[in-house]
Design a protein around this ligand. Structure first.
Ligand code: FES
Length: 367
């Protein structure tokens, strides 16, 4: 019955506003009345920030009571308002469930990239600043704590793994963490993990200093006695790729290897049956801004946001992954596909998110 009512309500919203919810239909109005309002995001207050290493900044956030919580290992999208524009990045939660349950606090350990567009701004945030966070996402979590497990982290890849280990209350099997870093001084969250290793006999921590230990040594050590263990990998893409290949070639089943991959890596273009990857069927779009139209030839393997930017247009954007709704604009005509789900839009006038929409037909879009 509930499902039927929900379907009827969605049909009503689609009929009325060509949107699955009325909130999206009224979004421009809501944002005008309540600056900073973004659907599906929750308020968080910055309580503290501390440098964990020279380039890893730990933020402590007091999160809205409406936020539904997280499974250790999951990540969130954090949005900050900078000069009236919302900028977003994905970060893994690095703190324990206990901190969340007892105080409604979470911590993020953010790698600050001096050349980046968002992370350098984090160091300028003042205590008490209001931020927005998404629901926790991702399926990188400790799935079978009753089995022996090996965690392998490199650099900032330690953050989701630290949350899993620091949240564990009942230790049932031996667990080893191999933590690859450029020396102890560059190992974020190290002291909490060392304390855990001191008090929990089933947990051992092995540091691998990338300045003196070749990656091949670490791979050989992880592959020795790998049978019947679960592996959890998190780190730079190339590191995970090599480690995964080494484990598989030493006989570990791919089903026993879990690895984190978040954010835009998941937003791969959807290829429909009959459509070849790399298809170059030429499509055009007319982007209209302040009465001036710019016609561009589209690459139908890219999002409309990427297409517009490559032609010198600069639409508003925030997260670039469909979360913050900063890139919502009016499609006047034509059809798009949602990159995340493959769902096709209608052909008429409706609002779309440029960052997660791929062109399917010729388009006219108001920026
Ligand atoms: S940029 Fe955030 S939803 Fe598109």
């Amino acid at each position: 019955m509930d499902q039927l009512l929900l379907r009827l309500w969605r049909s009503f919203c689609l009929m009325l506003g060509n949107q699955p919810t009325l909130r999206l239909y009224f979004l421009p109005l809501l944002q005008r009345c309540w600056p900073g309002y973004m659907p599906h995001l929750y308020r968080a207050t910055l309580l503290d920030k501390q440098w964990q290493t020279d380039d890893m900044l730990q933020l402590t956030l007091q999160v809205s009571g409406r936020w539904p919580g997280f499974v250790p290992g999951q990540h969130i999208v954090l949005s900050i308002n900078h000069n009236g524009r919302y900028l977003s990045r994905t970060f893994s939660i690095c703190s324990s469930l206990k901190l969340w349950h007892s105080q409604r606090h979470i911590q993020l350990c953010c790698k600050v990239n001096a050349q980046g567009g968002v992370t350098p701004l984090l160091q300028q945030l003042q205590t008490g600043t209001m931020l927005s966070i998404s629901k926790a996402q991702g399926d990188f979590y400790w799935q079978q704590p009753a089995n022996a497990a090996v965690f392998i982290a490199a650099g900032s890849g330690i953050t989701p793994i630290a949350a899993m280990l620091l949240s564990q209350r009942h230790w049932l099997a031996p667990v080893t963490l191999y933590y690859r870093c450029r020396g102890e001084e560059n190992a974020a969250l190290l002291s909490a993990l060392q304390q855990l290793a001191t008090k929990q006999p089933l947990f051992s921590l092995q540091l691998s200093d990338s300045r003196i230990e070749p990656a091949a040594h670490l791979q050989a050590e992880c592959c020795a006695n790998a049978n019947a263990k679960q592996f959890y990998l998190c780190g730079p893409a190339a590191f995970m790729q090599h480690m995964r290949a080494a484990l598989i070639s030493s006989g570990v089943s791919a089903a026993h290897i879990k690895q984190e991959q978040f954010g835009l890596a998941l937003l791969m273009p959807v290829i429909t049956p009959g459509q070849q990857a790399g298809s170059t069927e030429p499509l055009t779009a007319r982007f209209i801004r302040a009465g001036t139209a710019t016609e561009i030839t589209l690459n139908n393997q890219q999002s409309l946001l990427q297409n517009a930017e490559q032609h010198g247009l600069s639409p508003r954007f925030g997260c670039r992954m469909g979360v913050c709704f900063q890139c919502v604009c009016d499609k006047v005509s034509g059809q798009v596909r949602d990159i995340r789900s493959g769902v096709l839009s209608g052909h008429g006038s409706e609002q779309i998110q440029l960052c997660v929409s791929q062109p399917v037909t010729e388009l006219v879009i108001k920026l």
